[in-house]
Ligand binder design. Structure first.
Ligand code: THU
Length: 131
């Protein structure tokens, strides 16, 4: 199954009764295994989690800490881009050149960017080296 198909399939399981904006994410880890996640909203709004966070949690729970490719999809008219927090979460486990493809179930439009381009100047361990 392609990353796009995996992300599209899990998007159907999203719990998004407050925004009605379902998102699916699929991550290919270094082993080749694909991990998926969907957004899980909560009546206490800040407690909701993004699709990317769910996929990352599944990957880490399975014992993997390196991702090589990401696909995110939603029903928006233009490809959905990861929120700022998810860019930082993805950067924790992926190199700058990792490709993140954003898609939409509304049409065939896709946008591919690297993690480095999505989060320029990312905060990383270099910033803590001299402490
Ligand atoms: N959302 C994600 O799951 N991933 C993104 O990349 C963008 C936003 C979710 C969070 C919330 O449940 C809904 O989309 C609307 O913001």
């Amino acid at each position: 199954m392609s990353l796009k198909d995996a992300a599209t399939a899990v998007m159907a399981n999203a719990h998004a009764p407050y925004s009605n904006f379902k998102v699916g994410a699929a991550i290919r880890a270094a082993s080749g295994t694909v991990y998926v996640g969907c957004n899980v909203e909560n009546v206490a709004y800040p407690e909701g989690t993004c699709a990317e966070a769910g996929a990352i949690a599944a990957m880490v729970a399975a014992g993997e800490t390196e991702l090589s490719e990401v696909y995110v999809i939603a029903g928006s008219s233009m490809p959905v881009t990861p929120c700022g927090g998810c860019r930082q979460k993805l950067a924790e486990f992926g190199a700058e050149e990792v490709r993140v493809t954003m898609g939409t179930t509304a049409n065939d439009t896709e946008l591919t960017m690297t993690l480095g381009a999505l989060l320029p100047g990312a905060f990383n361990t270099d910033h803590m080296d001299d402490i």
